[in-house]
Every structure is written in C-alpha cells, then in structure tokens.
Design a protein around this ligand. Structure first.
Ligand SMILES: C[S@@+](CC[C@H](N)C(=O)[O-])C[C@H]1O[C@@H](n2cnc3c(N)ncnc32)[C@H](O)[C@@H]1O
Length: 242
C-alpha cells in the first residue's frame, strides 16, 4: 500500500512556521509522552555503544539532547535538519557530549559512506514519506552512511492494530491534533498536515518491511501505547548494499 498525502506548501516552510511553538505544543498534545518515548528510543539506540551518532530531522534537538545524556564518553553527535529556525533552537540546547549541527536535507547527507555508528530519527519519518519509493531511497541513504554493523533507530507514530484503538487514535489525530494544534501553534496548515499524516502513515509491520527493502536486517519493533507509536531498531549487516 502506498499512502501519500498532499502537502500544499513546502515542508521546510511549515516547520519554519512551527519552530517557536513546536516543543510546547507537542508536550500538550501528547501529555508529555513524546519525551518518555524519546528516552525509550534513545536507550534502545544507545545499547551497542558510542562512536559517531547522527540524529536526522533533529528539529529543536530534543532527541540529540536525550542521546547526549546517555552517550558513552568519546561519543560525538551530529544533528541535522533542513529548517534553520528549528536547528537554531537545537543549537541553544546544552549537550552532554560534543555535538555539531548541520543544515541539510536527509535525501543527500553530507557525510561519507560508512562513517557513522548510529542514525536516529524521531517523529519525522512521516515527513520523509513523499512516496513509498522516496522513503525507501531515504532509508538507503541512512544505510549508506552507516558503518557495517551500525544501527538505525526510528521512533514514529504508527497504526494501532485493533479496530477500536485505531478509530480512537484517528479521532484524536483528526480532532485534538488538528484543532488544538492549530490553536496552540497558530498554524492551521502545519497541524492539518501533521494530523493527516498521522492517519495515513504505515503500520509497524509495513514499515519494517520497507526497512527490509532498503537493506536493513534484522528489524525489531517495539510498539508503544497500543501501537499508536513504535520504535524500529534496524541493523546494517556487513555486505553489499541492497
Ligand atoms: C516533527 S519534527 C521532529 C523533530 C524532532 N526529531 C523531534 O523528535 O521532535 C520534523 C523535523 O524534520 C525536519 N525535516 C523534514 N524533512 C526533512 C528533510 N528532508 N531533511 C532534513 N530535515 C527534514 C523538519 O524541519 C522538522 O524539524
């Protein structure tokens, strides 16, 4: 199934509009769960040791900061985003390990092949889903910069499997995220987009299959809140690119 949603304005423009209110709005809309889930995702991602960690679509830097707090000594973090206002907030955060910030697009990472140990992305994969093929190509780009044996951690909203839970989740996205998000942020377009992309994104099994198509194996899934979100932890095996 290829689930696409139309974005009338460039995403970068939308995030420029959302930057000032992004963290506060998220906190209210998720009742703080976004932080809990970032911490959980970071712990999973950090398990196999330090090195160079790349947090893409870093936004205001919450995941990069969470990672920095549990990173072993000697770890270096690179935080990348294509929105300057979002990245400016990230640069203001205090980081517990050396961190560099790159203004760039994930579709073409300005990093050498096999140069990083860990890639993370939180609450942004829906943005990268311009089509199934584009998403696979983007995951392949993550795989390119990972060293053999490197890991990719993806934290994103998902689709609850049970009908009733899924219906409740979609109602929450359609009403609370769209309307309250607009009210709290002042951006109608931003939260209309985020609400629609929550309802149309892949379930955890399908996203794991897409990661497999991009050459990651194995892929472990951790469902969160009855499947409303999920952590995917995927490995780059040594060997030729998929
Ligand atoms: C919903 S925010 C998530 C921010 C952060 N990861 C978090 O956990 O809150 C999505 C971020 O992805 C960035 N983004 C979207 N598409 C991108 C792309 N193609 N390249 C780089 N950054 C992108 C946006 O600028 C925005 O800061």
């Amino acid at each position: 199934m290829d689930v696409k949603i139309k974005v009338r304005r460039p995403l970068r423009e939308l995030y420029t509009e959302l930057a000032d209110t992004y963290e506060r709005t998220n906190r209210i809309l998720t009742l703080g769960l976004d932080r809990v889930w970032r911490r959980k995702g970071a712990r999973r991602a950090a398990r196999d040791g330090g090195g160079v960690w790349l947090d893409v679509c870093s936004g205001t830097g919450e995941m990069a900061q969470t990672l920095s707090r549990i990173a072993p000594a000697g770890t270096r973090i690179v935080a990348l985003d294509f929105s300057l206002p979002m990245l400016s907030y990230a640069r203001m955060k205090s980081m517990a390990v050396p961190t560099s910030f790159i203004l760039g697009d994930v579709k073409r990472l300005p990093l050498a092949e096999a140069s990083v140990d860990l890639v993370t992305v939180s609450f942004a994969t829906r943005n990268l889903h311009l089509s199934r093929d584009v998403l696979i190509a983007t995951f392949r780009e993550f795989r390119r910069v990972l060293k053999p044996g490197g890991r990719f951690m993806n934290l994103e909203t998902s689709q609850p499997r049970r009908g009733i839970t899924r219906a409740l989740f979609h109602a929450y996205a359609a009403v609370v995220v769209k309307r309250l998000g607009h009210r709290l942020s002042g951006s109608r377009a931003g939260y209309a987009y985020l609400s629609a992309s929550m309802r149309s994104f892949y379930g955890a099994g399908e996203l794991a299959a897409i990661l497999g198509e991009a050459g990651f194996a194995p892929v472990k899934i951790t469902p969160l809140l009855f499947g409303a979100a999920a952590i995917h932890l995927a490995a780059k095996q040594a060997g030729p690119a998929a």
